[in-house]
Design a protein around this ligand. Sequence first.
Ligand code: ATP
Ligand code: MG
Length: 868
Amino acid sequence: MFLSFFESKGHLKMNSFSLIPHNDNSLLLINSGMAPLKPYFTRQEIPPCYRVTTCQKCIRTGDIENVGKTDRHGTFFEMLGNFSFGDYFKHEAIAWSWEFLTQVVGLEEDRLYPSVYLDDDEAFEIWNKEIGIAPERIFRFGKEDNFWEHGAGPCGPCSEIYYDRGEKYGCGKPGCTVGCDCDRYMEIWNNVFTQFNNDGHGNYTTLEYKNIDTGMGLERLASVVQDVDSIFDVDTLKALREEVCRLANCTYKENADKDVSIRLITDHIRSVTFMVSDGIMPSNEGRGYVLRRLLRRAARHGRLLGIEGNFLSGLSREVIEVSKGGYPELEERQEFITRVITEEEEKFNKTIDQGLNILAEMKEALVAKGEKVLSGDDAFKLYDTYGFPMDLTEEILEEDGITIDEEGFQAAMTEQKEKARKARKTTNYMGADVTVYQSIDAAVTSEFVGYDYLTFESPITVLTTESDVVEALVDGQQGTIFTEQTPFYATSGGQEGDNGIISIGDSIFEVKDTIKLQGGKIGHVGIVTAGMFKVGDKVTLAVNEEKRNATRKNHSATHLLQKALKIVLGNHVEQAGSSNNDKHLRFDFTHFSAMTPEEIKRVEDIVNEEISAGLPVLTKVMNIEDAKKTGAMALFGEKYGENVRVVSMGDFSKELCGGTHVANTANIALFKIVSEAGVAAGVRRIEALTGQGVIEYYNKVEEELNAAVSAAKCEPSQLVKRIEALQDEIKELHRENDKLKNQMAKDAMGDVMDKVVEVAGVKLLAVKLDNVDMNGLRNLGDQLKAKLGDGVVALASAVDGKVNLITMATDGAMAKGAHAGNIIKAIAKHVGGGGGGRPNMAQAGGKNPAGIDAALEDAKNVLESQIH
Ligand code: ATP
Ligand code: MG
């Protein structure tokens, strides 16, 4: 009804955009209807229509603590909106919101209350004079509630519409009225009048194009229209909620704590399902972390409700069932969604078990120390690393009467937040630094003619240095050239931009990179190496053919690779990123385990077969819907236009792609995978080569082989045998060497047994040896100890000016008080060293060989003092 109503008011209906923001660093996830439309508000891009209406999927992690507790907040919800990009303004926006709510939906007028910004008399007058709302029913709120602003950029006052749901939802406190935080007066609509520009320092100027940005929560309006208690009682969410109750074997509204968990799961599984369907994978940072956190919270509340085993992927199927009508991508990705959720839930269950072990260890340590409080740092570690919420830790420790240092926990949490805050850069409206390119007229566009031409003539439309739009660029200056048409491909779709030369007469500009900018502009970035360039010059643009040709081979091979991966690994393989240039190709894809060597080989074989088959590569521009019907592979979360380009290679592969390709797969010549590795949970990366790259690769391998062969002095076919023989020989030599060393040590010792002395009834053998290393001393010590039967052995030897010392005591000697470790500690001082060790055996090093005799002499005294 909403969308049709605004279509009838001249708005273009657009589909919901992906949850992943495009070119917007200020947001992790789309959180409102206007967020994906920012380039139209700023006029960086020209909108397809100056009036647009959407129903946008939104995620608000800021509301996470409210979820389950209030009647009106979800982390996921759908926002309806009507937008004006410099077209209509306050009069129409207010009048239409009123008309829709009262006449189309049929809400009672006297239950509705508008609010306006403190100073916004214009809006107040419209509500009062044009709509006929009594002044006392119009509320004026301050900047916090009724002024929309986000860093630098467009901003302005808002006017909200509240609905009075009746006393039974009120908090009953005196002064409860519109604006109260309770659930009686519910905000259902927000009209934002974007009329100012904030320069980032609090200076406001009036915008040339004033915009309207509105937002209305679909779930909230539905709860009002269906006259139910909360958004969780709206028919669609209720079905999901009931499924949660069925799994938990409980009834809603019987236990307040359980109800919170039930609502929380109902909400979080919606966020999780939609995020995965837009290609977000669980990880430890950014969007992936938000997904992981929501999924784990839902899983944990499932445990609290007593649900056993994995249940989330089953629930996500319910979400898909009720939402696929509005969001067909859910059904298309069903198999994938199930897999990602199952995998992550299993992982979480393992983490919990691991966390339980860690907690048990922490508990043991506390009990051993007789302490009763778990440190805030430990509690936070459990929370942060193992996803243990504090209340779970608390619950487990309670049994042993242990509490948590909550202050310490909060401090650790604050510290981490502070760190995260510092890591975030200060950003503007689009979260990006302002660049020179944003000051270029939005009407300037560039036409790409590089599918058909590698050289082209076209006039210069805009020139910029790194900081300014200029009329001319001269010798030695770096800058960017824009032309009406260009054969240069700009980096996009994973394909690296072209290099080449722009020239006129004797003037030369070296293009080092070609970039795509908002609003359909293609910039040639580089440096003037001769002469000068002026706006209006009709220049010749010549693409570096060699680089382009090598790049197309890699790009086309990427298409073959993706299809081959689907054949070998399964349909869950989705592109998660790709990059290709003249040197190599890199392809990231979703898969849950490392590929086996056989799988890699099969993929390689399939791609090479399709190369030899010489498939013609055809491109066709068609409507996006028709393209999807042909089964062409599309990307998750990609913003496609009305018309798309479909690249097909025989019947083997069909993909939506704007890149440049070979004319026939045979041109790729060869394909070779050089590495396969994991880059994130559930994402693998393949690096591969084609054509000349493969030949160079094998040339290098051959060179290395030849070097190895000549070093090993054998035939290539004998290399492995030769290496094995060499290794055997080395082993044999080692063995012989050890034997000889032992023999030498024994010889050096001569007949030492007559050096045995008695010290207070304990036998002591203290000897100096020539040139024996620590290993040798240890071996000898063991032998002497055996010969001695009972007693203490002390051996010393100098090797290369350094002293090795070792002492040993038998059980009998130890029983009388001998302690090898303490002996060595005392005598090592004579050789300028230190050391220590166990009672039965100790070793030390020293720097002073001259002290060896004194050390051995002293051993007697020390031993004597030990015997009791
Ligand atoms: P509240 O103060 O109730 O959180 P808000 O001021 O954050 O609302 P806006 O940012 O103005 O809301 O968003 C526009 C509309 O989107 C709201 O009027 C409401 O209908 C809906 N909405 C906002 N947040 C949520 C949410 N967490 N769950 C469901 N709907 C929401
Ligand atoms: Mg809010």
